[in-house]
Design a protein around this ligand. Sequence first.
Ligand SMILES: Cc1cc2nc3c(=O)[nH]c(=O)nc-3n(C[C@H](O)[C@H](O)[C@H](O)COP(=O)(O)OP(=O)(O)OC[C@H]3O[C@@H](n4cnc5c(N)ncnc54)[C@H](O)[C@@H]3O)c2cc1C
Length: 373
Amino acid sequence: MRTDWLVVGAGFTGAVLAERIANQLGQNVLVVERRDHIAGNAFDHYDEHGVLVHKYGPHIFHTNSEKVWRYLSRFTEWRPYYHRVRAWIEGQLVPVPFNLTALRTLFPRRSAERIEDALVESFGHGARVPILRLKESNCPELVELAQYVYRYVYEGYTTKQWGLRPEELSPSVTGRVPVAVSVDDRYFTDTYQAMPLRGYTAMFRRMLAHPKIKIMLQTDYRDIAREVQWERMIYTGPIDEFFSYEDGHLPYRSLSFEMRHFGDSPHQPVAQVNYPSEYAFTRISEFKHMTGQNGSGTTVAIEYPERHEPGRNEPYYPIPRDEYRELYNGYLAKSRKLGGKVLFAGRLGEYKYLNMDQAVGAALSLFEKEIVR
Ligand SMILES: Cc1cc2nc3c(=O)[nH]c(=O)nc-3n(C[C@H](O)[C@H](O)[C@H](O)COP(=O)(O)OP(=O)(O)OC[C@H]3O[C@@H](n4cnc5c(N)ncnc54)[C@H](O)[C@@H]3O)c2cc1C
């Protein structure tokens, strides 16, 4: 078998590149995917109760990029959706990011008023302020708030999520946690926030429906790379695996999901409820809030972070520590020696957490800069 391009992985990165190469260049693409489905981690399907669920955890689309929005809109219609998150703190469900409603619910009235005045005076109504900035302030009310949010919203959640204390992560992660100086409880602030009307997998099916694209599922590229003659490869799998872990493993955090079905819906008031301090799980997500599906029953995903063990569970999140970035840089240097025959891309190829829109944006620029020349 002969193909112009071998694309490893049918997630966002692989699918966008396969689509661009087939559509814009008219070249043949063979997409190999070791799972039994397309759409990578964004894969959704109907469970045995007929509820549309996200197999690898809740995926909410949001972007500020008009280019990405317009590109994906060729393959799907959208359902407007604003994601809302609550956290279970000291026996109350309060909005996350921590906002003025959370402040008024959890703090004694006088103290909440003082803190609110200080927030509005320092940053203006409507601002979103990272707790690092609050901590560095000279105002005792703001420092008190930063300490509270750090302790009740962030610390326990992060320790469960990463299996590390916050101090052991790159400081950029801790400092970014925002406080919203408003009662707006939308989780994201992006210009475009919506869910694909018929789901992610349906959108991927349309992206990949091109006569020049062939897809092989349940196929690891290593099993066919010698049998297939290819001119160039786009590799969206783990970069350390490509180099047979020569310099060591790049560590990931993994997750397991317990899917539970309930006869009555809704199960919870919003799509996502975080449990920063109690229980071994971090959050419960209810899909019907995101997909807008009607009907009586509902399915939720209860999310347990766990150590990644290659072969047993999925590599989900690259661990944000500087030493692992250095290990990755070593693999990157090796990849450059391949002279452009193999292009590494995507969250596993770049060992970098990418939101879906970032994965699409990066794939579109890779196409423009490295492929159409
Ligand atoms: C729990 C969780 C929740 C998320 N929620 C959101 C969200 O709400 N909003 C958002 O914007 N982003 C979210 N993301 C990020 C989103 O999943 C990524 O942006 C997206 O998956 C990136 O696509 P990708 O193609 O780079 O990687 P992937 O989707 O991982 O695709 C890579 C594919 O390559 C395949 N592969 C790997 N090695 C091989 C091999 N040797 N041979 C064949 N195939 C191979 C894999 O099986 C996989 O299907 C979330 C991520 C996680 C982990």
